[in-house]
Write a protein that binds this ligand. Structure first.
Ligand code: SAH
Length: 477
């Protein structure tokens, strides 16, 4: 997967902070603005007079976002591609893979997740909650057992990080809706950056606004599945603290931006994204240590020397470390626990970043914003970050998804569902079950070869971070 990496000259294309002539500060009053969009300077009173003491000169940075009119970029470039190229140009050098990944996935205007539904057969990839209702139902079993261990508190924040279409929480609430004490204690918090997906989540949870006058206060929105209030937030920090919290992060960590490092003759160098003379993206190696090298050093301290010695590349995810600290802090002081499920390794990750478009692997640099980017989750880094952040939490796992769902009772659930269903539904249950807990290709498959269900049971791992007062959560005993 790794492309050839080019060690580039350190000083080439460095504009430093000098503003390119076409964008320099200008005074203009009588003269019309010379630029097409005319938004570069705040106008002063008189071009020839000295500015009065109170006059302010400021740069409108919107020009930095949209440079297409001043450059020779291919006009077919998407908005996101233009944006990425403009960052690289105005920064005066390449950007880290992490910055590239973050822009590609969550740029507020044109990021991969922002404007469309990327899930399912028609989308780019499929996730466990979309494969079968049993996944969300098992998450309900886990959450309810933890709530029991917490002493059945009357008020609990149930947080999902990156809820996609909202299917997991919808199935969780439907599956537990008979247990009114449990669902009655919940306030659901969806942490989601995409306005499009927020709308889909609102529909999936069958939400209603209780306030007829249209007030949008968080407490007014209720999921009619189990009568629980639902709120949306862009980050975990925005979720109110002070109540015991159950956090579920399914395929969220893998979307957090990773920095990639490559071993070179003079030490570890960060892999960066640059543009060629032909205006194509390419990878290069930073000749100097970059700020994120601090995270690399931190990650290496948590590993055995022999583990590092074997590697030519290392990926680190500072955002995952920071998020885990925030989770552990919250659970350490408010009580509760978090369940993190993702594909990843119980060891340091070398080179896992991948791009998937329409269910196929594609080049990471090809048409950014139209393919999902994701990386393996480094579970030991989560463990160490949580343990460092709070003395009040215990970390359990990772165990495989197959072990997790098996111990939570998915076998009984699939049998119960099979008892009362059509042949078609039975087929879908069987393949869904295999996808969730199986390992490799389904042995019973008789359909087209290119559609053989692939089990995710051992490729996906689960880890729990739980307040020590709650004891060991199921099924990590
Ligand atoms: N958990 C869902 C979706 C996984 S895809 C499922 O299993 O089906 C990742 C989800 O995280 C999407 O909903 C995406 O919009 C959201 N997301 C990605 N990065 C985010 C960020 N930095 N902040 C908030 N949400 C993010």
């Amino acid at each position: 997967m790794l492309r050839s990496l080019l060690l580039r000259a350190s000083t080439r294309r460095r504009f430093s902070l000098a503003i390119p002539p076409s964008l320099s500060l200008r005074r203009c009053s009588s003269r019309p603005s010379g630029f097409a969009n005319g938004t570069f300077v705040e106008q002063l009173e008189d071009a020839n007079a000295a500015p009065p003491p109170s006059a302010k000169i400021s740069v409108d940075r919107s020009g930095l976002y949209n440079v297409s009119e001043h450059s020779h970029e291919p006009s077919s470039d998407s908005e996101l591609v233009k944006h990425l190229k403009s960052i690289i140009k105005f920064r005066g050098g390449p950007i880290s893979v992490a910055e590239y990944m973050e822009e590609v996935l969550t740029n507020p205007k044109a990021g991969f997740y922002i404007n469309r539904d990327v899930f399912g057969a028609e989308g780019d990839f499929i996730t466990s909650p979309e494969v079968s209702q049993m996944f969300g139902e098992m998450m309900g079993v886990w959450a309810m057992c933890l709530w029991e261990q917490m002493g059945q508190p009357s008020r609990v924040n149930l947080v999902e990080l990156g809820p996609g279409r909202g299917t997991l929480v919808a199935d969780l609430l439907r599956g537990t809706s008979k247990f009114k004490h449990f669902t009655g204690s919940l306030h659901v918090h969806m942490v989601e950056c995409s306005p499009t997906l927020q709308k889909l989540q609102y529909q999936a949870l069958k939400c209603q606004n209780k306030n007829d006058t249209g007030g949008n206060a968080a407490e007014n929105i209720v999921s009619t599945i189990a009568g629980t209030p639902v709120s949306w937030h862009a980050t975990l920090e925005q979720v109110p603290t002070g109540s015991p919290t159950i956090i579920i992060a399914h395929e969220f960590y893998d979307a957090l931006p990773v920095h990639q490092f490559q071993r070179a003759s003079h030490g570890w160098c960060e892999k960066m994204v640059d543009i060629t003379e032909n205006s194509m993206f390419r990878f290069v190696l930073s000749p100097h240590p970059t700020p994120s090298t601090l995270y690399l050093m931190k990650r290496c301290k948590w590993a055995e020397n022999e583990e590092i010695a074997k590697l030519e590349q290392i990926e680190v995810c500072p955002k995952a470390m920071d998020l885990t600290r925030a989770i552990a802090d919250r659970i350490g002081s408010d009580g509760g626990g978090a369940l993190i499920i993702d594909y990843g390794l119980n060891g340091i990750v070398s080179d896992s970043l991948q791009a998937i478009r329409k269910h196929k692997f594609v080049d990471i640099l090809d048409n950014p914003g139209t393919a999902d980017l994701s990386a393996y989750v480094d579970f030991p880094a989560i463990r160490h970050s949580a343990e460092e952040a709070s003395e009040n939490v215990c970390v359990h796992g990772p165990i495989t998804q197959s072990q997790l769902l098996g111990s939570l009772g998915i076998n009984f659930r699939v049998e119960a569902l099979m008892e009362n269903c059509t042949d078609e539904q039975a087929e879908s249950l069987r393949t869904g079950y295999w996808r969730l807990v199986g390992d490799g290709e389904a042995p019973f498959w008789e359909g087209p070869e290119d559609q053989v269900p692939i089990g995710m049971g051992t490729r996906y791992l689960a880890m729990a971070i739980v307040n020590k007062n709650q004891g060991v959560p199921i099924p990590f005993q």
